[in-house]
Design a binder for this molecule. Sequence first.
Ligand code: ATP
Ligand code: MG
Length: 297
Amino acid sequence: MATEEVRVAVRDLTKKFGTQTVLSGVSLDVRAGETVVIMGGSGCGKTTLLRLMIGSHDATSGTISLLGQDISQLDGDGFDALKKQFGILFQSGALFQSMSIAENVALPLQEHTDLAPEVIEMIVKMKLELVGLRPHAHKLPSQISGGMMKRAGLARAMAMDPKILFYDEPSAGLDPVTSAEIDQLILELTKNFGVTSVVVTHEMDSAFTIADRMVMLDGGRVLKIGARDEFDRIRKLSASEANLLSEDEQIVYQFLRGAADGPITRRRSADDYREDLLGMDASGNPIEGAGSTHGRM
Ligand SMILES: Nc1ncnc2c1ncn2[C@@H]1O[C@H](COP(=O)(O)OP(=O)(O)OP(=O)(O)O)[C@@H](O)[C@H]1O
Ligand SMILES: [Mg+2]
């Protein structure tokens, strides 16, 4: 169960890559024991937000605290110590191809602890059992399926008994059943080990299965943040009821329903057209290079 203790605190976070503002003024809290799902269209900044949270990008402005520590204030040793307390599951599973599944799971324990090899071996067996891969421990990543790779990645992310787990698209590229299995695994880890999870996904079924709370990003800002039930309520509205929602919530509605028509698509075509024709963005500001032969791709 979630408690009031905040494990991840993001405050007024902005991230620019060159002149492109990818995140602007993002604030959110993730409390102990809860699973927060971050959703949003492709390119809206989900992975960037996750990378900032785990310290692999620096913020342009704003702060991120993990387990009560502002990560920008930590030196190398301080961050290494903090890093031991969180696990990451990347999209690909990011396993080392030349190492067996067991060796992959053992790696963080060998790197970050002084445990004896027999103890590490035992922990690895336990983690692989947790994700149902113990019989496949000796195989190389190339010898297992995509779903098994995700589970192996999860076993490795769990190796150090992290307090927080970060996932980027855990069910991307998996068939619906395997994807549902990964969701169950995430739920079990949360329930049985009190892990706090931050999950980036645009798979709606998965999001509604695992989330306690949801965050919807759009164009680098938070459109809506709230309990799963609140998002579910919006999802289930009729089209005429949805017309009464705020502008932001209408975007949420279209996204949750995966509808072809709505503010997202209308905005996209209006933007493209205006940009192409006049070299202006939606607010009427000129766009460099747009409306000319060397406009954007
Ligand atoms: N290292 C980088 N350097 C420059 N631009 C970047 C970098 N990483 C991301 N971007 C830009 O930031 C924007 C958001 O990218 P991000 O990967 O966060 O999107 P996303 O929401 O995860 O999308 P998807 O659902 O497709 O994974 C994109 O326009 C992308 O080109
Ligand atoms: Mg991404």
